[in-house]
Every structure is written in structure tokens, then in C-alpha cells.
Design a protein around this ligand. Structure first.
Ligand SMILES: Cc1cc2nc3c(=O)[nH]c(=O)nc-3n(C[C@H](O)[C@H](O)[C@H](O)COP(=O)(O)O)c2cc1C
Length: 356
């Protein structure tokens, strides 16, 4: 069992409270972990000490990303932004969930119950609705976050398109604008989130290969040499994954996977755990989804080897220990990231670094 520390993103208070007063726990102690020598790894040509970090989500502004860099997470993704202000779902945005072992797709389809407390192995659901400030709010902050990355560290900017019901062309244009706005901050790598529900024609945009291809081509034309990583959900259908990767690997530079696994989450009395419309189902993350991230990384690695593709693989999902990091690396991940595990274990990057 892993020791759980106070989380640096505090689920007990609102998103706004976190933005204004976070980070919390050890991320607020001001201590900086420094590494000696020269960085021996790289992320798209940017030197990094440790190819490990925190994916889009728990780092909603520069105060969080800088604290994460200080604690040795060398690749940090600034939480996904949009081209216009977008409201975050009301509190609570994170609750603990009861999962026995792996959250298989069958178990996820049956639904889950909320747990009373956060315990190890950590399992949560998160539901934010990918809120965003207006670009006037997030651009200067993301720019500062980029500049605060230390030696051997990289800040990644994540964005997603917004479907405002104005047709497909408007949706494509929104992605191009989003990418341009992120590039303007100086972010060295750009990640496009395709794994958020309710955007695009299919349920998840990453399952609409043709549209993703069109968007990615336009976005690459806009950002030029800046590397573009696509954030993907778990693909159940191997043929669909093979087709997606064959179409997208000539266009983009990397794939980060997985996002969360969706499931209905209820209180013990059967009522909806997260209040509000369309919030019965939400994304589950943490230890029980590791199988999904490892499986996707293995399948991407196999495709890369068989076809001599050159994309970078970012392994995400259920990383809570040094062993989990090593398992992802063994499966073929070039870079590994932890959201839930890191939230409750601020020293995870340091433990991995000391194990190298
Ligand atoms: C608090 C929280 C917020 C998240 N928000 C985003 C987001 O804005 N964009 C995104 O692409 N993924 C988001 N995610 C998903 C994570 O990037 C990651 O893919 C997922 O949590 C699985 O990793 P984990 O098991 O280490 O948590 C979020 C996750 C958490 C825990």
C-alpha cells in the first residue's frame, strides 16, 4: 500500500479556491529538489532529466506547474484550455470511488459507488467539464509557466476545441485558433485533447478519425515545427486503432494515452454522486485504470515497430509507484506521466529519480 500525502490539488474546496490559493500539501512548502549534472533524456529535442511528469489536469495554473517542477516532475502539462471562457462544473469535482482491482470496461459499464475516503490504491472520479479562462486570462499565466521551467524541464500546453453547434468548419477553426494561442505563449510542445466527452461528431473526438485528421493537418499548418501530441482515450477496437495511427502518424508527433475511463458513479443510496445534468457518468482515474494505459502503450509500441513509425509515446494512467513507471517504460513509453498518483504522492518523481 502506498502512503497517501495531502493532495496538492485540494478536492475538498472549489476549483476557483484551488486556482486562487493552491497548490496545497507539500507543493506549498517552497522546497526545491535539484538534480546534478546534465540532462540525459529529451522530449522532442528538449533536454529533460527525468522523462516523467504530470499530464493535463491537476496543474491548473503557473503556481501549480512551478511547484511541480520544484518537486522534480520534469515534464508538466498545463491544464487544458479553450479559445474562450468556459465554466467549470460546480464542486465537488473529485470524489473517491470504490473499485475492486482493475476497472475493466465491463465493470465500468455496470457503474461504481462513491467511497467515503481516499485510500490506497488511489481511485477517483473527476468531473470538471474542462473549464477555461478567456485567453486574456490564461495566456500570460501559461507564458509565465513556460518561463518557470528549470534546466532539464519542459512545460507542455494543452488545449481542446469547443463545439458551439456552429458547424464542422467552426469546430476545425476553433482548434486552429486554440493551437495558435498556445503557441504564442512559447510552449515547447502542444497537446490536443481528443478524449473529452461531448465534443465532435462521435462521443469522443478521437473516435472520429477523419475529423481528427482534418483538424490535425490544419493545426500542424498553423504551428509548424512545434511538436503536436494527441491525447487519446482507450481504444477497444484494434482495427480502429490501427487505422487511426496509420492516418495520423504522418501528421502528428506523438500520442499521449490514456485519458480516464468513463463510468456512472452513485452514492450508496443510489443517488447521483456528482450533482447536475450530464454528470452521472464521469472519468475514473488512478490505480484501477493502469491496465488500460499499459495496454494502449504496448499496442502503440507494436505498431511503431512493425511500421517504422517515428511518433513519441506518452504513457498515462494509474501510475502510483516507481514500479508502475518502470512497467510503462518497459512497454515502450518514451515519457510517463501521473495525475492521480502524483496528486497524493508529491515525492513520486523524486523516488523515481533516485531509483534510476
Ligand atoms: C483532476 C484531474 C483533472 C483532469 N483534467 C484533464 C484535462 O483538463 N485535460 C486532459 O486531457 N486530461 C485531464 N485529466 C486526465 C489526466 O490527464 C489523465 O489522462 C488521467 O487522469 C489518467 O491518469 P491517472 O490515472 O494518473 O490519473 C484530468 C485528470 C485529473 C485527475
Amino acid at each position: 500500500m502506498q502512503q497517501l500525502y495531502d493532495p496538492f490539488y485540494n478536492p475538498e474546496v472549489s476549483y476557483e479556491e484551488n486556482l486562487n490559493h493552491g497548490p496545497y500539501g507539500a507543493f506549498a512548502d517552497g522546497e526545491v529538489f535539484t538534480k546534478e549534472g546534465e540532462p540525459e533524456n529529451e522530449y522532442f529535442g528538449n533536454p529533460v532529466y527525468l522523462p516523467f511528469g504530470i499530464p493535463a489536469g491537476p496543474l491548473p495554473n503557473e503556481s501549480f506547474t512551478t511547484a511541480a517542477f520544484h518537486k522534480g516532475f520534469d515534464i508538466c502539462v498545463y491544464k487544458t484550455v479553450r479559445t474562450r471562457a468556459h465554466k467549470t462544473h460546480p464542486w465537488p469535482n473529485i470524489v473517491p470511488v470504490d473499485v475492486d482491482g482493475d476497472l475493466t470496461l465491463e465493470k465500468a459499464a455496470q457503474g461504481l459507488y462513491r467511497k467515503d475516503a481516499y485510500t490506497s490504491p488511489i481511485a477517483i472520479t473527476n468531473s470538471f467539464g474542462v473549464g477555461s479562462l478567456d485567453p486574456d486570462g490564461w495566456q500570460p499565466d501559461m507564458k509565465k509557466a513556460v518561463q518557470k521551467a528549470g534546466k532539464g524541464q519542459v512545460l507542455v500546453g494543452s488545449f481542446q476545441g469547443t463545439n458551439r453547434g456552429e458547424g464542422e468548419q467552426a469546430f476545425i477553426d476553433d482548434h486552429v485558433l486554440g493551437a495558435r494561442l498556445v503557441k504564442e505563449t512559447g510552449a515547447k510542445v502542444i497537446e490536443m485533447n481528443l478524449s473529452c466527452p461531448n465534443e465532435g461528431k462521435s462521443n469522443l473526438l478521437c473516435f472520429d478519425t477523419e475529423l481528427v485528421k482534418t483538424i490535425s493537418q490544419k493545426v500542424k499548418e498553423e504551428i509548424g515545427d512545434t511538436p503536436l501530441v494527441l491525447k487519446l482515450a482507450y481504444f477497444q477496437d484494434q482495427n480502429q486503432l490501427v487505422d487511426f495511427i496509420s492516418q495520423l502518424s504522418p501528421i502528428v508527433d506523438g500520442f499521449a494515452t490514456i485519458n480516464t475511463i468513463a463510468s456512472a458513479v452513485r452514492n450508496k443510496d443510489g443517488s447521483q454522486a456528482l450533482p447536475g445534468e450530464k454528470r452521472l457518468k464521469s472519468g475514473v482515474c488512478g490505480a484501477p485504470i493502469k491496465w488500460g494505459g499499459l495496454d494502449m502503450v504496448s499496442r502503440l509500441q507494436q505498431l511503431r515497430t512493425e511500421n517504422n513509425y517515428e511518433f513519441t509515446i506518452v504513457g498515462v494512467g494509474g501510475v502510483t509507484t516507481v514500479e508502475d513507471y518502470n512497467e510503462y517504460k518497459k512497454r515502450g513509453a518514451d515519457v510517463v506521466m501521473s495525475a492521480t498518483g502524483a496528486m497524493w504522492h508529491p515525492y513520486l518523481a523524486q523516488e523515481i529519480w533516485k531509483d534510476q
